[in-house]
Design a protein around this ligand. Structure first.
Ligand SMILES: [Zn+2]
Length: 274
């Protein structure tokens, strides 16, 4: 694979299909722990002039993605830092329980990584299912007695709906987040909850780190999007969700966590196939 073939260029803005974008910045990603010499050393960020979304100019091809995944972070392995991550996950589950009176039901965790959110939600009484693209993670979670599938979320068609879907630090990794959010809308029961976390580029902390040139996310090889709270909220509404709660995430730096509710009145735009 040539460096130039690693990324598939976005033809339009991945959120609004706008064709008018300007360069936001070019960052060096060659010091990222998952960087491999087959990949481009720089990643170029664009800002959509129609919806203000900031995204990388292309997403990785299957081959480049496989190369990235062959590295993998140790902390994304089930069982890693199990005691510390349980405290962090418990806070996330508690946020959901505050908004879900029954505090029980079916919970789907997308991109479960170290599995902590799954195992902790199960501890609180939820019936959990997890999806992850790393086969070794699936194998381990099954050995621990959990239902886990190695499948892309958009292709996952369960027989029963879910009460909660979590995408903790996942949406910014997906080439087309809108497709994923619409699929989540389909898989949630009426009034079901969507839990999201990701860095917040609207936060003062984000601007501060960028100004000091120490914002780690511009060189984050695995991210395709920099969401701010404002654009995330409007995107959620476009995909049939009502944002209910904003909070600061304790999981990663400069991150927000948002809980939104599945609302039945999904605005269907016949021209919008994204
Ligand atoms: Zn746009």
């Amino acid at each position: 694979m040539e460096q130039a073939d690693a990324r598939i260029a976005y033809k339009t803005c991945p959120l609004c299909d706008g064709t008018d974008s300007i360069e936001e910045c070019v960052a060096d990603c060659s010091h990222h722990p998952l960087y491999r010499h087959e990949l481009p050393k720089a990643q170029r960020w664009l800002r959509c002039r129609q919806c203000d979304h900031v995204y990388v100019d292309g997403y990785f091809s299957k081959e480049a993605q496989d190369l990235l995944f062959s590295g993998g972070h140790a902390y994304q392995t089930p069982g890693q830092e199990i005691e510390n991550t349980r405290y962090i996950s418990a806070r996330m589950v508690e946020v959901v329980c505050e908004l879900l009176p029954a505090s029980t039901g079916r919970w789907l965790d997308i991109g479960f990584g170290n599995g902590s959110l799954m195992t902790t939600a199960a501890e609180f009484g939820f019936q959990v299912v997890g999806l992850d693209m790393r086969e070794s993670n699936i194998k381990l979670m099954r050995e621990y007695g959990f239902e886990a599938h190695a499948i892309e979320f958009e292709k996952y068609k369960p027989n029963e709906l879910f009460d909660v879907i979590s995408m903790a630090d996942v949406l910014e990794h997906m080439p087309f987040p809108k497709v994923a959010l619409r699929h989540a809308h389909e898989l949630l029961r009426e009034d079901g909850l969507l839990f999201l976390s990701m860095p917040n580029s609207d936060s003062f902390l984000w601007s501060f780190l960028s100004q000091k040139k120490i914002n780690p996310y511009w060189g984050e090889l695995e991210h395709y999007h920099n969401f701010g709270r404002r654009r995330l909220y409007s995107l959620l509404e476009e995909c049939g969700f009502k944002p209910l709660r904003y909070g600061v995430s304790t999981r990663y730096r400069a991150c927000m966590e948002v809980v939104a509710q599945q609302a039945l009145d999904l605005e269907v735009d016949a021209n919008d196939q994204s």
